[in-house]
Design a protein around this ligand. Sequence first.
Ligand code: FES
Length: 95
Amino acid sequence: MKMVQIDGTDILLIHDSAGEWHASQGICTHEYFELDKGFLTDGTLTCALHLSRFDLETGEALDPPAELPLALYPVIAEDGQVYLVLPEGPIPVNE
Ligand code: FES
């Protein structure tokens, strides 16, 4: 996992054990905590502060205390490059 900042927004890039790329908002939806300090298990990202898990395919919060899903962003990986597909304007983040 690697945190990047785009236009002042933290975005977490994830390369999972299956070789798939994912991108999500970089800060937990429960409280302010950087998700690159968490860990990956079986298609989920776990926040290290209160241990809520998030589904990497849907962003859904699978365990309390987090209730809101993570915002996910499409990723295109080709020719050794990784591209994020982001909307114009503010990057959507759930908080
Ligand atoms: S800050 Fe992530 S679960 Fe509480």
